[in-house]
Design a protein around this ligand. Sequence first.
Ligand SMILES: Cc1cc2nc3c(=O)[nH]c(=O)nc-3n(C[C@H](O)[C@H](O)[C@H](O)COP(=O)(O)OP(=O)(O)OC[C@H]3O[C@@H](n4cnc5c(N)ncnc54)[C@H](O)[C@@H]3O)c2cc1C
Length: 245
Amino acid sequence: MTFVTAEPYIGHLGLDGVGDTKGLLESEMRQHHIKWLTSSRVKKVEAGRMTVEQVGDDGAAKGETELPFGFSMMLPAFRGIAPLRGIEGLSNPRGFTLVDKYQRNPKYTNIFAVGVCVAIPPTGPTPVPCGVPKTGFMIESMVTATAGNIGLLLRGEEPRHQASWNAVCLADFGDSGVAFVAQPQIPPRNVNWSSSGKWVHGAKIAFEKYFLHKMRRGTSETFYEKLTLDVLGINKLKEIVTDSP
Ligand SMILES: Cc1cc2nc3c(=O)[nH]c(=O)nc-3n(C[C@H](O)[C@H](O)[C@H](O)COP(=O)(O)OP(=O)(O)OC[C@H]3O[C@@H](n4cnc5c(N)ncnc54)[C@H](O)[C@@H]3O)c2cc1C
Protein backbone atom coordinates (compact mmCIF):
# COMPACT_ATOMS: atom_id res chain seq x y z
CA MET A 1 0.00 0.00 0.00
CA THR A 2 1.30 3.47 -0.83
CA PHE A 3 0.07 6.68 0.77
CA VAL A 4 0.42 9.63 -1.63
CA THR A 5 0.11 13.04 -0.01
CA ALA A 6 0.56 16.73 -0.72
CA GLU A 7 2.02 17.11 2.79
CA PRO A 8 5.77 17.90 2.91
CA TYR A 9 6.18 15.18 5.58
CA ILE A 10 4.07 12.41 7.14
CA GLY A 11 2.21 13.77 10.15
CA HIS A 12 2.11 17.37 8.84
CA LEU A 13 -1.71 17.03 8.63
CA GLY A 14 -2.04 20.49 7.12
CA LEU A 15 -1.12 21.75 10.60
CA ASP A 16 2.69 21.61 10.43
CA GLY A 17 2.38 18.63 12.78
CA VAL A 18 0.89 18.36 16.24
CA GLY A 19 3.32 17.28 18.97
CA ASP A 20 5.12 14.19 17.67
CA THR A 21 2.71 13.32 14.86
CA LYS A 22 5.61 13.18 12.37
CA GLY A 23 7.36 10.35 14.22
CA LEU A 24 4.17 8.66 15.45
CA LEU A 25 2.44 8.48 12.06
CA GLU A 26 5.61 7.42 10.23
CA SER A 27 6.05 4.65 12.79
CA GLU A 28 2.41 3.49 12.47
CA MET A 29 2.74 3.40 8.68
CA ARG A 30 5.95 1.37 8.89
CA GLN A 31 4.26 -1.07 11.29
CA HIS A 32 1.45 -1.53 8.73
CA HIS A 33 3.81 -1.88 5.72
CA ILE A 34 2.52 1.33 4.17
CA LYS A 35 5.01 3.22 1.97
CA TRP A 36 4.56 6.93 1.30
CA LEU A 37 5.24 9.69 -1.21
CA THR A 38 5.18 13.23 0.21
CA SER A 39 5.03 16.63 -1.58
CA SER A 40 3.24 14.80 -4.37
CA ARG A 41 0.46 15.51 -6.80
CA VAL A 42 -1.45 13.13 -9.04
CA LYS A 43 -0.78 13.78 -12.74
CA LYS A 44 -3.08 11.16 -14.25
CA VAL A 45 -5.02 8.02 -13.46
CA GLU A 46 -5.38 5.21 -15.97
CA ALA A 47 -6.86 1.74 -15.59
CA GLY A 48 -4.75 0.07 -12.89
CA ARG A 49 -2.06 2.78 -12.93
CA MET A 50 -1.63 6.16 -11.26
CA THR A 51 1.09 8.64 -12.25
CA VAL A 52 2.32 10.79 -9.38
CA GLU A 53 4.67 13.78 -9.62
CA GLN A 54 6.93 14.66 -6.70
CA VAL A 55 7.86 18.27 -6.05
CA GLY A 56 11.13 19.52 -4.52
CA ASP A 57 11.46 22.10 -1.72
CA ASP A 58 11.95 24.79 -4.40
CA GLY A 59 8.54 23.93 -5.93
CA ALA A 60 10.08 22.40 -9.08
CA ALA A 61 8.99 18.96 -10.27
CA LYS A 62 11.45 16.25 -9.18
CA GLY A 63 10.19 13.39 -11.32
CA GLU A 64 7.30 11.03 -11.80
CA THR A 65 6.46 7.73 -10.17
CA GLU A 66 4.05 5.18 -11.63
CA LEU A 67 2.01 3.31 -9.08
CA PRO A 68 0.17 0.19 -10.25
CA PHE A 69 -3.03 -0.46 -8.25
CA GLY A 70 -5.87 -2.94 -7.86
CA PHE A 71 -7.81 -0.56 -5.63
CA SER A 72 -7.21 3.13 -5.03
CA MET A 73 -8.95 5.90 -3.10
CA MET A 74 -8.50 9.61 -3.80
CA LEU A 75 -9.47 12.65 -1.76
CA PRO A 76 -9.39 15.60 -4.18
CA ALA A 77 -8.51 19.09 -2.89
CA PHE A 78 -11.64 20.63 -1.37
CA ARG A 79 -13.35 23.69 -2.79
CA GLY A 80 -16.51 25.65 -2.05
CA ILE A 81 -19.86 24.83 -3.68
CA ALA A 82 -20.72 26.57 -6.99
CA PRO A 83 -23.38 28.98 -5.59
CA LEU A 84 -20.77 30.52 -3.26
CA ARG A 85 -17.93 30.80 -5.77
CA GLY A 86 -16.90 34.09 -7.38
CA ILE A 87 -18.79 36.47 -5.08
CA GLU A 88 -16.48 39.35 -4.16
CA GLY A 89 -16.19 39.71 -0.38
CA LEU A 90 -18.13 36.51 0.35
CA SER A 91 -15.73 33.81 -0.78
CA ASN A 92 -12.04 33.34 -1.54
CA PRO A 93 -10.82 32.15 -4.99
CA ARG A 94 -11.48 28.48 -4.07
CA GLY A 95 -15.03 29.28 -3.00
CA PHE A 96 -14.57 29.07 0.77
CA THR A 97 -16.54 31.59 2.83
CA LEU A 98 -14.63 34.45 4.46
CA VAL A 99 -15.46 34.97 8.15
CA ASP A 100 -14.28 37.23 10.96
CA LYS A 101 -13.53 36.03 14.50
CA TYR A 102 -17.29 35.83 15.18
CA GLN A 103 -17.87 33.43 12.23
CA ARG A 104 -19.58 36.30 10.37
CA ASN A 105 -18.81 37.42 6.82
CA PRO A 106 -17.30 40.94 7.03
CA LYS A 107 -19.15 42.23 3.93
CA TYR A 108 -22.49 40.43 4.15
CA THR A 109 -23.01 40.67 7.90
CA ASN A 110 -26.22 38.62 7.85
CA ILE A 111 -24.20 35.61 6.64
CA PHE A 112 -22.40 33.33 9.10
CA ALA A 113 -20.39 30.28 8.07
CA VAL A 114 -19.42 27.12 9.96
CA GLY A 115 -17.61 23.94 8.99
CA VAL A 116 -15.74 22.88 5.89
CA CYS A 117 -17.00 25.87 3.87
CA VAL A 118 -15.03 28.37 6.03
CA ALA A 119 -11.90 29.93 4.48
CA ILE A 120 -8.83 29.23 6.63
CA PRO A 121 -5.41 30.27 5.34
CA PRO A 122 -2.69 27.56 5.24
CA THR A 123 -0.40 27.29 8.30
CA GLY A 124 2.55 28.18 6.04
CA PRO A 125 3.91 27.72 2.53
CA THR A 126 4.54 24.12 1.37
CA PRO A 127 5.90 22.88 -2.00
CA VAL A 128 2.44 21.44 -2.85
CA PRO A 129 -0.41 23.47 -1.30
CA CYS A 130 -1.82 21.87 1.89
CA GLY A 131 -5.14 23.05 3.31
CA VAL A 132 -5.87 23.23 7.03
CA PRO A 133 -8.25 20.40 7.99
CA LYS A 134 -11.61 21.28 9.49
CA THR A 135 -12.35 18.71 12.14
CA GLY A 136 -15.47 17.76 14.09
CA PHE A 137 -14.77 19.39 17.44
CA MET A 138 -13.44 22.53 15.74
CA ILE A 139 -16.70 22.77 13.77
CA GLU A 140 -18.77 22.25 16.94
CA SER A 141 -16.92 25.22 18.42
CA MET A 142 -17.78 27.31 15.33
CA VAL A 143 -21.44 26.32 15.63
CA THR A 144 -21.54 27.13 19.37
CA ALA A 145 -20.11 30.61 18.74
CA THR A 146 -22.39 31.23 15.76
CA ALA A 147 -25.56 30.20 17.63
CA GLY A 148 -24.59 32.48 20.52
CA ASN A 149 -23.80 35.39 18.20
CA ILE A 150 -27.06 35.11 16.24
CA GLY A 151 -28.87 35.05 19.59
CA LEU A 152 -27.08 38.26 20.62
CA LEU A 153 -27.98 39.95 17.31
CA LEU A 154 -31.65 38.98 17.72
CA ARG A 155 -31.58 40.63 21.14
CA GLY A 156 -30.15 43.80 19.58
CA GLU A 157 -26.59 43.26 20.81
CA GLU A 158 -23.28 42.82 18.97
CA PRO A 159 -21.62 39.38 18.47
CA ARG A 160 -19.09 38.53 21.21
CA HIS A 161 -18.63 34.74 21.08
CA GLN A 162 -15.40 33.47 19.51
CA ALA A 163 -14.89 29.81 18.61
CA SER A 164 -11.82 28.16 20.12
CA TRP A 165 -11.08 26.17 16.89
CA ASN A 166 -9.54 23.48 19.10
CA ALA A 167 -8.86 20.13 17.44
CA VAL A 168 -9.31 16.76 19.17
CA CYS A 169 -8.64 13.86 16.79
CA LEU A 170 -8.48 10.08 16.90
CA ALA A 171 -6.87 8.60 13.75
CA ASP A 172 -7.79 4.90 13.63
CA PHE A 173 -5.38 2.38 12.07
CA GLY A 174 -7.67 -0.63 12.49
CA ASP A 175 -5.88 -2.17 15.46
CA SER A 176 -4.12 0.90 16.89
CA GLY A 177 -4.07 4.61 16.13
CA VAL A 178 -2.77 8.10 16.77
CA ALA A 179 -4.53 10.73 18.88
CA PHE A 180 -3.82 14.43 19.08
CA VAL A 181 -5.08 17.58 20.75
CA ALA A 182 -4.19 20.94 19.21
CA GLN A 183 -5.33 24.05 21.09
CA PRO A 184 -5.89 26.07 19.04
CA GLN A 185 -5.63 24.03 15.84
CA ILE A 186 -3.54 26.72 14.13
CA PRO A 187 -0.08 27.45 15.66
CA PRO A 188 1.17 28.98 17.92
CA ARG A 189 -0.58 26.61 20.32
CA ASN A 190 -1.12 26.36 24.05
CA VAL A 191 -1.56 22.57 23.85
CA ASN A 192 0.36 20.49 21.30
CA TRP A 193 -0.17 16.87 22.40
CA SER A 194 -0.10 13.57 20.53
CA SER A 195 0.05 9.91 21.50
CA SER A 196 -0.42 6.47 19.95
CA GLY A 197 -1.47 2.96 20.92
CA LYS A 198 -4.21 0.35 20.86
CA TRP A 199 -6.29 2.51 23.18
CA VAL A 200 -6.91 4.95 20.28
CA HIS A 201 -8.68 2.22 18.28
CA GLY A 202 -10.84 1.35 21.33
CA ALA A 203 -11.55 5.01 22.03
CA LYS A 204 -12.64 5.61 18.43
CA ILE A 205 -15.15 2.72 18.58
CA ALA A 206 -16.45 3.92 21.97
CA PHE A 207 -16.75 7.49 20.68
CA GLU A 208 -18.67 6.38 17.58
CA LYS A 209 -21.22 4.51 19.72
CA TYR A 210 -21.49 7.39 22.18
CA PHE A 211 -21.82 10.02 19.41
CA LEU A 212 -24.54 8.13 17.48
CA HIS A 213 -26.43 7.46 20.74
CA LYS A 214 -26.51 11.13 21.68
CA MET A 215 -27.48 12.21 18.12
CA ARG A 216 -30.39 9.73 18.15
CA ARG A 217 -31.55 11.31 21.40
CA GLY A 218 -31.15 14.81 19.95
CA THR A 219 -28.55 15.86 22.54
CA SER A 220 -25.62 17.86 21.21
CA GLU A 221 -23.57 17.81 24.42
CA THR A 222 -24.27 15.77 27.54
CA PHE A 223 -23.57 17.04 31.06
CA TYR A 224 -20.74 14.50 31.53
CA GLU A 225 -19.17 15.39 28.15
CA LYS A 226 -19.12 19.05 29.07
CA LEU A 227 -17.75 18.27 32.53
CA THR A 228 -14.96 16.06 31.11
CA LEU A 229 -13.95 18.63 28.48
CA ASP A 230 -14.06 21.42 31.10
CA VAL A 231 -11.77 19.40 33.41
CA LEU A 232 -9.38 18.78 30.50
CA GLY A 233 -9.51 22.50 29.64
CA ILE A 234 -10.84 21.80 26.12
CA ASN A 235 -13.43 24.51 25.50
CA LYS A 236 -15.59 25.38 22.52
CA LEU A 237 -15.53 29.11 23.16
CA LYS A 238 -12.39 31.22 23.56
CA GLU A 239 -13.72 32.97 26.59
CA ILE A 240 -16.83 32.62 28.71
CA VAL A 241 -19.03 35.52 27.72
CA THR A 242 -22.16 36.28 29.71
CA ASP A 243 -25.20 37.70 27.96
CA SER A 244 -25.19 40.78 30.15
CA PRO A 245 -22.09 42.99 29.71
C1 LIG B 1 -12.39 10.88 5.00
C2 LIG B 1 -12.63 11.89 6.09
C3 LIG B 1 -12.31 11.54 7.40
C4 LIG B 1 -12.52 12.45 8.44
N1 LIG B 1 -12.19 12.08 9.71
C5 LIG B 1 -12.41 12.92 10.74
C6 LIG B 1 -12.11 12.55 12.10
O1 LIG B 1 -11.65 11.45 12.37
N2 LIG B 1 -12.32 13.46 13.08
C7 LIG B 1 -12.83 14.68 12.80
O2 LIG B 1 -13.03 15.47 13.74
N3 LIG B 1 -13.14 15.06 11.54
C8 LIG B 1 -12.94 14.21 10.52
N4 LIG B 1 -13.24 14.59 9.22
C9 LIG B 1 -13.74 15.92 9.00
C10 LIG B 1 -15.24 16.03 9.30
O3 LIG B 1 -15.90 14.87 8.88
C11 LIG B 1 -15.78 17.19 8.54
O4 LIG B 1 -15.01 18.30 8.90
C12 LIG B 1 -17.25 17.47 8.88
O5 LIG B 1 -18.07 16.40 8.50
C13 LIG B 1 -17.67 18.70 8.12
O6 LIG B 1 -18.97 19.05 8.48
P1 LIG B 1 -19.74 20.12 7.63
O7 LIG B 1 -21.13 20.14 8.19
O8 LIG B 1 -18.99 21.40 7.59
O9 LIG B 1 -19.73 19.59 6.14
P2 LIG B 1 -20.36 18.24 5.55
O10 LIG B 1 -20.47 17.17 6.61
O11 LIG B 1 -19.58 17.95 4.31
O12 LIG B 1 -21.84 18.72 5.19
C14 LIG B 1 -22.11 19.54 4.07
C15 LIG B 1 -23.48 19.17 3.56
O13 LIG B 1 -23.88 20.12 2.55
C16 LIG B 1 -24.51 19.41 1.52
N5 LIG B 1 -24.42 20.22 0.28
C17 LIG B 1 -23.38 20.30 -0.59
N6 LIG B 1 -23.69 21.15 -1.59
C18 LIG B 1 -24.94 21.62 -1.35
C19 LIG B 1 -25.80 22.55 -2.04
N7 LIG B 1 -25.44 23.15 -3.17
N8 LIG B 1 -27.01 22.77 -1.50
C20 LIG B 1 -27.39 22.17 -0.33
N9 LIG B 1 -26.60 21.31 0.35
C21 LIG B 1 -25.40 21.03 -0.15
C22 LIG B 1 -23.77 18.10 1.44
O14 LIG B 1 -24.55 17.11 0.82
C23 LIG B 1 -23.51 17.79 2.93
O15 LIG B 1 -24.55 17.06 3.51
C24 LIG B 1 -13.05 13.71 8.16
C25 LIG B 1 -13.39 14.05 6.85
C26 LIG B 1 -13.17 13.15 5.82
C27 LIG B 1 -13.54 13.53 4.41
